[in-house]
Design a protein around this ligand. Structure first.
Ligand code: AMP
Length: 631
C-alpha cells in the first residue's frame, strides 16, 4: 500500500500522471488531451481538450445503476417537510428546471443568480444551470439588498431564481422584498425572476419580469433537456467572497477540474461510498454547500441531506436523529455549530443509533481543542478538522484517511492535501520556512490543483494582484492565514494575516461593514475588528468617531445611535454582518502615518497586551477603547 507521504509526493512530482488517473473517476464525453496547461502562470488550465458536464456526473450517470436510490433528502424542521428524491426523480426535476430556464432565455455561458433558502428547488436550479452550461452564482440567503445588488451588478445574470421566503425558528424571513430592493438598487436589471412560492409570505409580482416556478414547471413535466457537453475549462459557477476591499470577489470555478477534485476528495478525504448518505449542515450559499451538499456527494453516488432548520429545534438531538434515520456515514459541519450543541443536554449525543457514522468533518474556522475533545468523546467517532477556502473549493489541509489512516492531533487540521504544494513563508522576507514550529504565512506553489479558482470573475488582474503577489519577484498563492508546521508535517492555523474575520464560520470583510456604517450621517470614521468570542469564534466590534459628538451625550443616546447603525448594516449586508457592539470614541488609534492600529484594538478588546505602540500617534485613543471595553 502507498503511504500518504508517497501519495502526496507523487501528486506533485508526477502531477499529470497522478491527476490523469483521478480524471478516470468521472465521465467524459471527450477525454482530456492535456492534463495541466500551466504555460501562463498563475492561470492553470486543467484537463484541456476534455469535455464533460457536472450535472451529468452528479445525476445522469447514476441512473443506470441506482436510479431508485435516494439522491436528495430534504428535511425542514422549519416547515415540517421531509421529502426524498431518488436519482430518477432528481433527474426529472432538474430537467424541468433546465427547461424553464431555457424558456426564460438562459443559454450556455449566461449567469443565473440563485438567492434561495435551503429548499430542493435551489439544488434543482444549481444542477439545471450546470446541465445547460449556464453559470450559477448562489448568494447566501442571509445577505440583504446591498450585498445582493453588488453581486447582481457584477454577475449580470440573465435570470434570478428566488423564493417568497426562508424561515428561521418557524418565522418566515421574506426574501422577495429584499430581492426587489436589490433589483431597484442594481444598475444592471435581469430579464426575468423565477420565484418558488412556498406559501410563507405574500409576494407582489412584477408583470413581465416575475414568473412562478410552479406554473412554468407544469408545462415541462416530461421535457427532456440533454446535458450540454462543455470544455473542462468552462466556468461552472461564481461564488462571491469577502476580501480586504469593500467589493466582494467573484471566485470563478471551472467544470472538469472541479468535478475531478470533488470525486477524488470523496474517495481519499471523506471516504464516502456510493449508496451511502452524506450530511453536511452547511448552506448552499457557502462553498461547503456547493462542494459537499450538492456536487461532491452526488458525483460519488451518495444520497445527500439538505437540511433547513436550526441545530437545536425541536431539540439538540435533531441532527443525530437524522443520522440514525438515514444511516448517515459521513457528516460535515462547522465548529460553531458544535459549540452551540455543547450548551444542550449531552445525553442527546448518545440517544440515537449512530453506528452508521464513520466520521464527523469540521471546517470553516479554527477548531479549538476543548470543542474537538467534547464532540469526539460525546459521539465516540473520529473528528476530522479540514482547512480550506472558498477559493480552493476543497481541502488544502486534512487527514486523507482514504489513502492511509493517520492519527488526529487536536487543534490541527492535518497535513498538506495531495495536489497542494503548501509552503510557509516569512511574512517580511518571503523566504520559505522549512524548520519545524516556525510561524509563517501559509502559501501554495502554483499550479493550484484542479477544482481551485480559475480567476476572479471578469478580473484576471485582481486575481493575480490579490493572491499571487505577496512575495516580490515570485508568483505564489497566499491564503492570508498564519500557520505553523510541526515536525510530523501537521499544520496549526493561527488566524488571518488580513482584515477578514470569521463569525460563526461565515467569512466577512471588515471593510464591507465599515463602508455600511460610515454611510450614517453622524459617523465620521469607523474601524471594525474581529474579536475572539467563545461561541462564534469571532465577533465584529465597531469603534466609530462621530461627526457631531453633541448628539451622543449619555448611554441612552449612544444605544439609540447604535440601534440605527445595526439597522443600516442589517439592511445593506444582512444580520450576519451586524457587529456585536458599536462604540463611540473621539479618535481612533492610528500610527503617525495615519494607519489604523487594528491589531492593537483587537488586543485591547481581548484583554491582551497591545505590544509595541511607539508608532502610535495618540496613546489616549487606545486608552479610551480600553476604558469602554473594560467598563
Ligand atoms: P471561507 O472562504 O469562507 O471558507 O473562509 C476561509 C477561511 O476560513 C480560511 O482562510 C481560514 O481563515 C478559515 N478556515 C477555514 N477552515 C479552517 C480550519 N479548519 N481551521 C482554521 N481556520 C479555517
Amino acid at each position: 500500500m502507498t503511504s500518504y507521504a508517497e501519495f502526496h509526493q507523487r501528486s506533485l512530482t508526477d502531477r499529470d500522471a497522478f491527476w490523469g488517473e483521478q480524471a478516470q473517476l468521472v465521465d467524459w464525453k471527450v477525454p482530456p488531451q492535456q492534463i495541466c496547461d500551466y504555460s501562463n502562470p498563475p492561470f492553470a488550465k486543467w484537463f484541456v481538450g476534455g469535455t464533460t458536464n457536472l450535472c451529468h456526473n452528479a445525476v445522469d450517470r447514476h441512473l443506470a445503476s441506482r436510479s431508485d436510490q435516494a439522491a436528495l433528502i430534504f428535511v425542514s424542521t422549519e416547515t415540517n417537510q421531509e421529502k426524498v428524491f431518488s436519482f430518477k426523480e432528481l433527474h426529472a426535476e432538474v430537467q424541468r428546471m433546465a427547461a424553464v430556464l431555457k424558456d426564460l432565455g438562459v443559454q450556455k455561458g449566461d449567469r443565473v443568480l440563485i438567492y434561495m433558502p435551503m429548499i430542493p428547488e435551489a439544488a434543482f436550479a444549481m444542477l439545471a444551470c450546470t446541465r445547460i452550461g449556464a453559470i450559477h452564482s448562489v448568494v447566501f440567503g442571509g445577505f440583504a439588498s446591498g450585498s445582493l445588488a453588488s453581486r447582481i451588478e457584477d454577475a449580470e445574470p440573465k435570470v434570478v431564481v428566488s423564493a417568497d421566503a426562508g424561515s428561521r425558528g418557524s418565522k418566515p424571513v421574506p426574501y422577495k422584498p429584499l430581492l426587489d430592493e436589490a433589483l431597484r438598487l442594481s444598475k444592471y436589471k435581469p430579464e426575468a425572476v423565477l420565484l418558488v412560492d412556498r406559501g410563507l409570505s405574500p409576494m407582489d409580482l412584477v408583470a413581465g419580469r416575475d414568473h412562478l416556478w410552479a406554473a412554468l414547471r407544469d408545462k415541462h413535466l416530461d421535457t427532456v433537456v440533454d446535458c450540454e457537453w462543455v470544455d473542462a475549462t468552462h466556468p461552472s459557477y461564481t461564488l462571491y467572497t469577502s476580501g480586504t476591499t469593500g467589493k466582494p470577489k467573484g471566485v470563478q470555478r471551472d467544470t472538469g477540474g472541479y468535478c475531478v477534485a470533488l470525486a477524488a476528495s470523496m474517495k481519499y478525504i471523506y471516504a464516502g461510498n456510493p449508496g451511502e448518505t452524506y450530511f453536511s449542515t452547511s448552506d448552499i450559499g457557502w462553498v461547503v454547500g456547493h462542494s459537499y451538499i450538492i456536487y461532491g456527494p452526488l458525483i460519488s453516488g451518495m444520497a445527500t441531506i439538505m437540511y433547513e432548520g436550526l441545530p437545536t429545534r425541536p431539540d439538540g438531538g435533531i441532527w443525530w436523529s437524522l443520522v440514525e434515520k438515514y444511516k448517515v456515514t459521513v457528516m460535515f459541519s462547522a465548529p460553531t455549530a458544535v459549540r452551540v450543541l455543547k450548551k444542550q443536554d449531552p445525553a442527546l449525543l448518545t440517544k440515537y443509533d449512530l453506528s452508521s457514522l464513520r466520521a464527523l468533518f469540521l471546517a470553516g474556522e479554527p477548531l479549538d481543542e476543548p470543542t474537538a475533545q467534547w464532540i469526539s468523546a460525546g459521539l465516540g467517532k473520529p473528528i476530522i478538522d479540514n482547512y480550506w477556502q472558498t477559493e480552493t473549493g476543497w481541502p488544502i489541509l486534512s487527514l486523507c484517511n482514504g489513502v492511509e489512516e493517520a492519527v488526529t492531533k487536536f487543534g490541527s487540521p492535518g497535513k498538506a492535501v495531495y495536489g497542494y504544494d503548501v509552503k510557509l513563508l516569512d511574512d517580511q522576507t518571503g523566504e520559505e520556512l522549512t524548520a519545524p514550529n516556525q510561524k509563517g504565512v501559509i502559501a501554495v506553489e502554483g499550479p493550484l490543483p484542479p477544482g481551485c479558482m480559475q480567476t476572479v470573475w471578469r478580473d484576471d488582474e485582481r486575481f493575480v494582484n490579490t493572491y499571487w503577489k505577496s512575495v516580490p519577484g515570485r508568483l505564489i498563492y497566499s491564503t492570508f492565514d498564519w500557520g505553523i508546521r510541526d515536525p510530523d508535517g501537521y499544520f496549526f492555523i493561527l488566524g488571518r494575516t488580513d482584515d477578514v474575520i470569521n463569525v460563526a464560520g461565515h467569512r466577512l470583510g471588515t471593510r464591507e461593514i465599515e463602508e455600511s456604517i460610515a454611510a450614517h450621517p453622524n459617523i465620521a470614521e469607523v474601524a471594525v475588528v474581529g474579536v475572539a468570542d467563545q461561541l462564534k469564534g469571532q465577533v465584529a466590534m465597531a469603534f466609530a468617531v462621530l461627526k457631531n459628538p453633541d448628539l451622543v451625550t449619555d448611554d441612552a443616546s449612544a444605544k439609540a445611535l447604535e440601534a440605527e447603525v445595526f439597522k443600516m448594516v442589517d439592511r445593506d449586508l444582512g444580520a450576519v454582518a451586524r457587529p456585536a457592539r458599536v462604540r463611540f470614541v473621539s479618535v481612533l488609534p492610528k500610527t503617525r502615518s495615519g494607519k489604523c492600529l487594528r491589531r492593537a484594538i483587537v488586543a485591547v478588546c481581548e484583554g491582551r497586551d497591545p505590544g509595541d505602540l511607539t508608532t502610535m500617534d495618540d496613546p489616549a485613543a487606545l486608552q479610551q477603547i480600553k476604558d469602554l471595553v473594560t467598563a
